[in-house]
Design a binder for this molecule. Structure first.
Ligand code: OSB
Ligand code: MG
Length: 367
């Protein structure tokens, strides 16, 4: 495939309400949308970098620099016959999986649209709908309990609560007393250390499905020390940035459950490798989310159809997050089930006029 041009667009979309975690309180999404155009077809990729390095160390300005100066020029020069090889061809530039994923996803989407097949077909995903859970930001205890009730009523298959030191045991005790049997998890986004073992042992008492990223955002060894001291399985998110990191985490016993975020691991080739490793080792996976717009959300839904994604993921209804999205299709669950958008590629098309109205900058790089 010869690529004619690549568009890099930065969009800014308000959230319906502030999303509060242990690391940030965000009121809007700022996203890089890459569009790859080839022979009259186009494909889209959404990056999960933040303006500043709040979640991991990549940022939008750093990613834009790498895209403009290295990744896009190389793609325009060399084209791409097999998107599975793109990531390896970029190995000379170290790390930066989120930046690489932004462009790789646009190439995969364009490739699938040219072939006229849904993206999931290229990934080996046979399901046409997936069960999903919901991730609830931090709020007061009564508001959180009410929000859990609403989501359980809507049929969400798993509820995830954001926690941090001082915002954990009391919250869990309130939610568990109302909902003793729901599939419940917590996500600390790296807020604890091994010095917090006493409170982590209390959190261990609430019958949680897993505890997500309790310790440092790049750590493997402390998680491996913590894991055998708790009954609840550990799940890693932030730490898992590549197939090699996932293998190391499993070899060390740092986690027993894998949250896969396509952007964080460097794209779909990396996703496929991690998926196959987890399936071979019998490690349950689920598809994480970063409050993506319809482009990234649709991609996540396709990914979650792969057979190794056995737990409900974070790919909930778009309308929980956005009053209006940049895609024409509404990505909504019924009874906790999300249908996979049909049609070639990710199956979504752009609401062009709304997209323009939320665009902060746009640049086109040509051959
Ligand atoms: O840790 O999973 C996380 C959102 C932004 C950054 C990190 C995380 C999250 C979520 C929300 O938990 C998941 C979603 O609904 O997309
Ligand atoms: Mg997480």
């Amino acid at each position: 495939m010869h690529v004619d041009e690549v568009e890099l667009r930065v969009v800014r979309l308000p959230y319906k309400s502030v999303f509060k975690t242990s690391f940030a309180a965000e009121s809007e999404k700022v996203a890089v949308i890459a569009t790859v155009r080839a022979g009259g077809m186009e494909g889209y990729g959404e990056g999960v970098m933040d303006p500043l390095p709040a979640y991991r160390e990549e940022s939008i300005p750093g990613a834009m620099h790498l895209l403009r100066e290295a990744l896009v020029p190389m793609l325009l020069r060399e084209g791409c016959d097999d998107p599975m090889t793109l990531c390896d061809s970029w190995a000379r530039w170290r790390g930066n999986p989120m930046a690489k994923s932004t462009l790789e996803l646009a190439v995969w989407d364009c490739h699938a649209r040219r072939l006229g097949v849904p993206l999931r077909t290229l990934l080996g995903g046979e399901r046409t709908e997936i069960p999903v859970g919901a991730s609830l930001g931090m709020n007061t205890i009564p508001d959180t309990v009410a929000s859990v009730a609403r989501h359980v009523e809507q049929g969400y298959r798993r509820i995830k609560l954001k926690i941090e030191p001082g915002w954990d045991v009391e919250l869990l005790s309130a939610v568990r007393s109302e909902f003793p049997r729901i599939e419940l998890t917590v996500d600390a986004n790296s807020a604890y250390t091994l010095d917090d073992l006493d409170v982590l042992r209390k959190i261990d008492q609430y019958g949680l499905h897993y505890i997500e990223q309790p310790l440092h955002w790049d750590d493997l060894t402390d998680h491996a020390v913590l894991a055998p001291q708790l009954q609840t399985p550990l799940c890693l998110d932030e730490t898992l940035t590549s197939p090699a990191r996932v293998k190391a985490a499993l070899d060390l016993g740092a986690c027993a459950v894998v949250n896969l975020k396509v952007g964080r691991v460097g794209g779909l080739a990396a996703t496929k490798r991690i998926h196959d490793l987890c399936v071979a080792r019998g490690v349950p996976m689920w598809c994480g989310g970063m409050l993506e717009t319809g482009i990234g959300r649709a991609l996540n839904i396709h990914v979650a159809t792969m057979p190794g994604f056995v737990y409900p993921g974070d790919t909930a209804s778009a309308s929980r997050t956005y009053a209006r999205d940049i895609t024409e299709q509404s990505l909504e669950t019924t009874d906790g089930i999300m249908p996979v958008p049909s049609g070639p590629g990710t199956g979504v098309t752009l609401d062009r006029s709304f997209l323009e109205s939320v665009t902060e900058s746009v640049e086109v790089i040509r051959r």
